[in-house]
Design a protein around this ligand. Structure first.
Ligand SMILES: Cc1ncc(COP(=O)(O)O)c(C=O)c1O
Length: 398
């Protein structure tokens, strides 16, 4: 799969050709190498592959040509040296953190995270003796205090924009701070995608994605990836992934490559629609507050302008009254699916406190700014006028 990818290509070209060339058969659409195992030329070839003295494929948990192509493409889009595809975004975060941390180590993370990541850090990693110190990532003093207090601190992990509050964290400042203490900086770039935000430009070491979301875009894959330098990705692959087994399937990789081709134009429409809807909601009397980094009133607006080329398609809003009103709204909506996940062509609406962020205690949610009357909207790429008509009719019912 080693074709000629040019660094000078613009992002929309990389999204189509960045996997590095076609198949030896000339097939323009890359085949799905739907195989678990690969035949060796002879027994010596098998031994050489296992010894690492020959290059090739052995078994699809270890590597697969379709997955390799996806890895080339996402590394190219993020501007990283290498990437690893994984079975889910959760597997990506777990493998990334465990590549850096051993038993007895700790790391600092922001406290507003996807609920699954929050649960991984607060409940699962401590069973391996790896402790996460979770603090408000918008407050650099708190982050520095946490780093200083943490024992054997190895990494700083954060999400920006954050799920579900859309808090914007300053990638440049957090990276500088983390590097002062020799930490590996890991950023979850799921909400922004490589189309809108390039964490490596600010010195970040490792990027993780839930590729389930915008990168796929069609709501039919669960996947994840980690992007970093060759040494980091080799260590993640050889020392953890191959033996823990959360590898990406060839079919997922193929669907992700297909999704990536339209990512630049999908993101344009997501951003356009979300911006219009955020403006509309911000003037609506039944909405108390809108969280969208594109609004000038958003506390992270200036930072978002510095580090993002547009503000993505995610909006959170607080509905006047409380969760009962929120439930009525979600039940009255006709176009959007009441569903978790995000980044699909279809608009999705959900209530974070009772679903995606249910792993937080009520006190932890309060501290992270996740209100009970908060609704999260993943704005799709339908016609925005229809989305607004739909929200309008649903809001009239509450
Ligand atoms: C920002 C973010 N990171 C990671 C994940 C986990 O991804 P997955 O569901 O693919 O495991 C999610 C899931 O919603 C997410 O929103």
């Amino acid at each position: 799969m080693s074709g000629k990818v040019k660094d000078s290509w613009r992002i929309a070209t990389k999204a189509i050709h960045g996997f590095g060339g076609g198949d030896p058969t000339g097939s323009v659409s890359l085949p799905i190498y739907q195989t678990s195992t690969f035949a060796f030329k002879d027994s010596q070839h098998g031994a050489d592959l296992f010894a690492g003295t020959a290059e090739g494929y052995i078994y699809s948990r270890i590597s697969n040509p379709t997955v390799d192509a996806f890895q080339h493409e996402i590394a190219c889009l993020e501007g990283g040296e290498a990437a690893q595809g994984l079975a889910s975004g959760m597997a990506a975060s777990f493998n990334a953190v465990m590549t850096v941390c051993r038993t007895g180590d700790s790391f600092v993370s922001s406290d507003t995270l996807y609920g699954g990541t929050y649960a991984l850090f607060s409940h699962v990693l401590p069973r391996f003796g790896v402790i996460a110190h979770q603090v408000d990532g918008t407050d650099l003093n708190k982050v520095e205090d946490a780093i200083k207090k943490a024992k054997n601190c190895k990494a700083l992990f954060f999400e920006t924009p954050a799920n579900p509050t859309l808090a914007v964290l300053d990638i440049e400042e957090l990276t500088k701070l983390g590097h002062k203490y020799d930490l590996t900086i890991i950023v979850d770039n799921t909400f922004a995608t490589p189309i809108l935000q390039h964490p490596f430009d600010f010195g970040v070491d490792v990027i993780v994605h839930s590729t389930t979301k915008y990168i796929n875009g069609h709501g039919d894959v669960v996947g994840g990836c980690v992007v970093g330098d060759k040494k980091f990705i080799k260590s993640l692959h050889d020392d953890i992934l191959v033996e823990t087994g959360a590898s990406m399937t060839p079919l997922s990789a193929w669907l992700l490559l297909r999704g990536l081709k339209t990512l630049p134009i999908r993101m344009k429409q997501h951003c356009f629609n979300a911006n219009r809807i955020a403006q509309f909601l911000s003037f609506h009397p039944k909405i108390e507050k809108v969280h969208y980094p594109g609004l000038e009133s958003h506390p992270g607006h200036k930072i978002a302008q510095k580090q993002m080329s547009d503000f993505s398609g995610m909006i959170a809003f607080e509905i006047a009254g409380g969760f009962e009103e929120g439930k009525k709204l979600m039940d009255a909506i006709e176009l959007a699916a009441v569903a978790v996940s995000l980044g699909d062509c279809d608009t999705l609406i959900c209530h974070p406190a009772s679903t995606t962020q249910a792993s937080y205690t009520p006190e932890e949610r309060e501290a992270a700014g996740i209100k009970d009357n908060m609704i999260r909207l993943s704005v799709g790429i339908e016609d925005v006028a229809d989305l607004m008509d739909d929200l309008n009719q649903a809001l009239r019912k509450i």
